[in-house]
Design a protein around this ligand. Structure first.
Ligand SMILES: Nc1ncnc2c1ncn2[C@@H]1O[C@H](COP(=O)(O)OP(=O)(O)OP(=O)(O)O)[C@@H](O)[C@H]1O
Ligand SMILES: [Mg+2]
Length: 419
C-alpha cells in the first residue's frame, strides 16, 4: 500500500530510511510556503539544525503528461553519480551550481528528500524584495546553464541514460515542449472564467502565431540535457552573493529535466525576467499597449543589463552553440514568447485568473514568436551583433544573419514612469 506522508509520520519515515536517528528528533516540521499543489512538501528541521525538504508526488499525472516528476529529478541525480565527470567541480567550477540536492528517493511511494539550503533565497523573491538586478547573478546563471548544456551536448551516453523510464514504463521519445494552446473544446465555457475566453479568441485570431509555434515545434532539436522549467523561482541565490566568486546561484527543481533543446531553457528564463516587466504594467482600457509598456513600474530598461549579461555569459561559456545554430538567439526569443503563453494558460486553468495585463502579455508573446529578429532589439535594447561583440572578441563566432533595417517592435527606448 502507498504511504501517505504527513507531519505525523514523516520523522518515522526518515528514521526508517536511515536519514535521521531517533536521537536527532525534529525541532520543527512545517509545510513549505509557496510550493505548488501538485506535491506535498514538508520542511523538517532536525535537532542538529540540518534541514530536509521531503516531497511526495500526490497527483501522478495521466498518460499524456511527462511521467513521474520526482523520478526525473532522481534520474538527473543518478546521471551525475554515474558520470562523475559531469559533476566534477575542479574541471567545471559551475557544476556545483546544478548538482541536485537529493539524498533519498522512494519510487514506490513517490517520495524524494532533498537537503534544504537555508542560506539561499529564491531568486524571484530576491528580485521582488530588493528591486535590484545585479549582473553578476545573471552571468552566474548563464555560465552555469551553458556548462551543463555544453558538457552533455550531443553525448549519446547521457541521452540514453535520460531515456530511462520509471519501472514498468517505456519511453517512446522525449517530450517536445513547443506546443501551442491546443484545440479548444466546448467544455472550456464551463471551466475558465468568462474574461479568459478573450485569450482563446485572440489566440485563434492570430494565424501567424499558430504557424510560428508549429515552426518552432518542427525545428525543436533535442541535443543536450535541459532543465525544462528554468524560472526564477527554481533558482536560488546565496545570501552573501556579493562576497562569493562561486556558488552564487543554485538551479533546483529538476522534476522536468530531460533531453531537450538548449534554446528552450534560455527562452524560459528570459520569459521569467520579462514577466517582472510585464506584470508591472499599468493597464487601463483607455491606454493603448505601447503606452502601457512605457508606464511599467519595473521598466524593461532596468532588466536589460541582466538579460544581456545572461546571454553573453551563456555564449561565452558555450560559443560552439552558434556554429550549430546560427539562429540560436532568435529561437531563444521565440521560446520566451511561448513560455509567456504557457504562463497565461497556467494562470487561467490553475488560478482561474485573467485580466487586461495578460492581453498585453499575449501581444508581446505574439511579437516574440512571429518577428523574433525585430524583437531582439526591443528586448535587449541592442542588436544581435552588439550583444555578441564582446564575446566575439574572445571567441571566433560565426557572423549573425543579416540584421539590416530592423526596427523596434514597440518603442525607441523604454522610459521611466513619468519621464
Ligand atoms: N533544497 C532547497 N533549498 C532551499 N530552498 C528550496 C530547496 N528546494 C526547494 N526550495 C524552495 O521551495 C520552493 C518550492 O520547491 P520546488 O521548486 O521543489 O517545488 P514546486 O515548484 O513547488 O513544485 P512541486 O512541489 O510541485 O514539485 C522553491 O521555489 C524554493 O524556494
Ligand atoms: Mg519549483
Amino acid at each position: 500500500m502507498v504511504l501517505s506522508l504527513s507531519s505525523h509520520n514523516v520523522i518515522q519515515y526518515l528514521q526508517d530510511a536511515g536519514l535521521c536517528s531517533s536521537e536527532d528528533g525534529a525541532s520543527d516540521k512545517s509545510e513549505l510556503p509557496g510550493s505548488s499543489k501538485n506535491n506535498f512538501d514538508l520542511l523538517v528541521t532536525l535537532a542538529d539544525n540540518r534541514k530536509l525538504l521531503v516531497k511526495q508526488e500526490r497527483n501522478v499525472k495521466n498518460n499524456d503528461a511527462p511521467p513521474h516528476e520526482l523520478f526525473q529529478e532522481w534520474l538527473f541525480h543518478q546521471l551525475l553519480q554515474q558520470f562523475p565527470v559531469l559533476g566534477n567541480i575542479s574541471a567545471m567550477p559551475t557544476a556545483v551550481n546544478y548538482a541536485p540536492l537529493v539524498v533519498h528517493f522512494d519510487e514506490e511511494n513517490s517520495i524524494l528528500v532533498r537537503n534544504y539550503l537555508s542560506e539561499y533565497q529564491e531568486l524571484a523573491i530576491f528580485y521582488h524584495n530588493n528591486e535590484i538586478f545585479p549582473q553578476e547573478i545573471a552571468s552566474a546563471i548563464g555560465t552555469t546553464l551553458a556548462g551543463l548544456h555544453r558538457a552533455t551536448f550531443n553525448r549519446r551516453e547521457y541521452k540514453d541514460f535520460m531515456a530511462t523510464a520509471p519501472q514498468g514504463e517505456f519511453r517512446y521519445g522525449f517530450y517536445n515542449p513547443a506546443q501551442g494552446v491546443g484545440s479548444i473544446e466546448p467544455e472550456i465555457f464551463g471551466t475558465v472564467p468568462t474574461d479568459a475566453l478573450k485569450f482563446y479568441v485572440l489566440y485563434q485570431q492570430y494565424e501567424s502565431l499558430e504557424s510560428a509555434i508549429a515552426d518552432l515545434a518542427s525545428n525543436w532539436n533535442p541535443c543536450c540535457l535541459t532543465h525544462n522549467n528554468l524560472k526564477l523561482n527554481n533558482i536560488l541565490v546565496h545570501s552573501r552573493w556579493e562576497k562569493l566568486d562561486n556558488c552564487l546561484v543554485r538551479l533546483i527543481d529538476w522534476s522536468a529535466c530531460s533531453w531537450g533543446d538548449p534554446a528552450f531553457d534560455l527562452g524560459t528564463l528570459l520569459a521569467s525576467y520579462l514577466g517582472i516587466w510585464l506584470k508591472s504594467l499599468v493597464v487601463d482600457p483607455t491606454i493603448d499597449l505601447e503606452e502601457s509598456l512605457h508606464l511599467a513600474l519595473t521598466p524593461l530598461e532596468i532588466l536589460q543589463p541582466s538579460i544581456i549579461a545572461l546571454i553573453r555569459a551563456y555564449i561565452n561559456a558555450f560559443p560552439m552553440i552558434l556554429s550549430y545554430r546560427s539562429d540560436f538567439i532568435s529561437r531563444v526569443i521565440q521560446f520566451a514568447g511561448l513560455a509567456l503563453i504557457h504562463e497565461i494558460q497556467e494562470m487561467i486553468t490553475g488560478s482561474k485568473y485573467f485580466n487586461n495585463a495578460d492581453i498585453c502579455m499575449l501581444k508581446v508573446a505574439k511579437s516574440l514568436l512571429t518577428i523574433p529578429e525585430q524583437a531582439v532589439l526591443t528586448i535587449f535594447g541592442i542588436s544581435e551583433s552588439e550583444i555578441l561583440n564582446p564575446v566575439a572578441k574572445i571567441h571566433q563566432l560565426p557572423q549573425p544573419v543579416k540584421e539590416a533595417q530592423l526596427i523596434r517592435i514597440y518603442y525607441e527606448k523604454t522610459r521611466l514612469r513619468g519621464c
